[in-house]
Design a protein around this ligand. Structure first.
Ligand code: G3P
Ligand code: CA
Length: 258
């Protein structure tokens, strides 16, 4: 009997230590979903990211001609959908007929361009979203609609909103000061001290990140998200430097490293 209790206590201790050692998966951001293994910016790619252990999925959002918020990186559907349509001139009813999976691999033929609302419904509670506002110059109410969807779907604590466009980031802040926002950049914007901006995070190209950069970020209380890192050696270097999240097409590689 006493031996049994000893073993049970040992078991409990092992379970406790294992749960303490569990990694914080928010350091893994899948880029456009797990876009190294499934077609970018689709629900299947985000589900793949969940399977591979990512805590976040980055996605690109734009607006259709009739105001639906959808996932798409490029300005047109040429590369992923095979039609040369500008997204701002395409109504959602036409977009629905386009598939964006077969360019990646035949088994993904038929994957649709998802709406942000569909993505939120499909993955809520399973992965957080880094919603990148992709500005194409034809927006009518992209920022307002994204913020409204976040409220409608109660996604406030399950997303961050990022953009290369500082005005859009500022607009998010004005609409809801509690949402977590970040500026994306690949080189330092002119006449702006990025570290002093009223944003929670900086989402930067890996080439800008070194010890000095991380020191300034820490001093100003900014999270640093780094893109797009697909090689384990580089992932390791950035983890050692203290990156908050690493944006990768291959979340499984980063998970394995952690
Ligand atoms: O979110 C950062 C990263 O996705 C920016 O580059 O071109 O892949 O949207 P891009
Ligand atoms: Ca992006």
């Amino acid at each position: 009997m006493r031996g049994y209790f000893k073993i049970s206590w040992l078991g409990l201790l092992l379970v406790f230590s294992a749960s303490c050692a569990r990694i914080d998966n928010s350091v893994i951001t899948a880029h456009r979903g797990a876009s190294g293994t499934a077609p970018e910016n689709t629900i299947i790619a985000i589900k793949k990211a969940i399977e591979l252990g990512a805590g976040f999925s980055e996605i690109d959002v734009q607006e259709t001609s009739d105001g639906e918020i959808i996932l798409l990186h490029d300005k047109t559907l040429e590369r992923t959908g095979g039609v040369v349509w500008n997204i701002w001139e395409t109504p959602y009813d036409s977009l629905k007929k386009i598939e964006v999976g077969s360019w990646f691999a035949p088994e993904y033929a038929g994957e649709p361009v998802p709406r942000l609302a569909d993505v939120m419904d499909a993955v809520k509670g399973k992965i957080k979203l880094n919603i990148e506002l992709k500005i194409n110059g034809h927006e009518k109410a992209l920022v307002e609609k994204v913020v409204a969807l976040i409220h409608e779907k109660n996604f406030q604590s399950e997303c961050i909103i990022t953009s290369f466009d500082l005005n859009s980031v500022k607009k998010v802040r004005q609409l809801d000061n509690n949402l977590k926002v970040g500026l994306i950049f690949s080189k330092y914007p002119e006449n702006i001290d990025v570290f002093s901006l009223n944003v929670d995070l900086l989402s930067v190209k890996y080439t800008l990140v070194d010890e000095e950069f991380m020191r300034k970020a820490r001093e100003h209380g900014k999270e640093i998200h780094v893109w797009t890192i697909n090689e384990p050696e580089m992932m390791k270097q950035l983890l050692d430097l203290g990156a908050t999240s690493i944006i990768t097409n291959y979340p499984g590689k980063l998970r394995a490293l952690l």
